[in-house]
Write a protein that binds this ligand. Sequence first.
Ligand code: ZN
Length: 385
Amino acid sequence: MSEAQSLFEMLRQSVKPEIVDAFARLVRDAPDRKLCRINALAFAAAEGLDEEDTIAGFLQASRLGIFELSWNVLCPGCGGVLDANTSLKTVQATEYTCALCAAGYEPTLDEMVEVTFTVSPRVRHIGAHNPHELPAIEYFRQMYWGSGIDLPEDDYEEKFDEFVIETLELPPGDKAVISMQLPAEFVIVFEPVTHAAQFLDVKGEPTRERRNLVLVFDRAHRHAETLNLQPGPLRIQVENHAEVRTLPSVCVAGEALHEMLGRRRPFLTAKRLLSNQTFRDIYRTDTLDVDQRLKITSLTFLFTDLRGSTELYERVGDLAAFDLVRTHFRVLNEIVAAEAGAIVKTIGDAVMATFPTPDRAVAAAMRCGTRCASSMRSAAARTCY
Ligand SMILES: [Zn+2]
């Protein structure tokens, strides 16, 4: 049995069979790009699987080393990944800048940090394990854009070519020249590895004059002032001062670009994961430092209390009551997890749970009320005989 097969067998002990089968098919048959930064929600939808079970499955599979979990800070404008982290602990910067959108954002866990899963090299090697060897078009698809952008499946290459006029690979320390005819459009010279951008607002009478532009790429996330230029010949000298390969690309910020980046889909946010029961069970409080300044703009708390538990202990005796209380915790656990919530604390007979949205908390509260009452009744009936 291969290492991958034995890992999937182990996964069956904690994850529903239909989820394990879907993972096994994915790892066996999917093209490389589909195994890089997987959007757990899109995967669940495409396979017709339950979302919560699928998220739990990805987490258990990551614990076993089938997938690697990544926390990616996103630009809310273009959906690009500004920073990828193997732990939420390293998401530290108070402000990230997207050169493409020319805006500084402070990371919040609500919508700005996504969690994705990439197949581990132990299980299958894919191109994205060496991102600096991916062709530019695949670097954009697999490494630059976040999992919330619903990139076209069938004609991605054609659509990409519609707005990218020129792209080249520039090894560390190298220089190159891009000679081109500037169209009368809003043009962006963008470099996705170092996140550098130069905007060119091209309009007016076409000219034959040859213009020169020098762009330097390093780790400074630089964004220079927009240049106003007339249509016509332009010579762009690009210099790579970074320690990795860069991919200077000349794009037209027109209809085609906005259309591709405008198609969005739901993705697994850090907030939702921190409120997930399986996540909390596996990783405990390991993921966040107290002094980390990450903001959550909304989170719903639910507190429960077992009414009359003191009388219950007196009436049925300690052992039987303890059994009943345990049953009540198990029921609460199931319901909270099914509504995308997590129990973060138990205080005596009470629990404190968090949910990503209020509707989920209300649904859980209502189900807890009815389920607890009925299971307590039947458990009490059993214990009293
Ligand atoms: Zn952006």
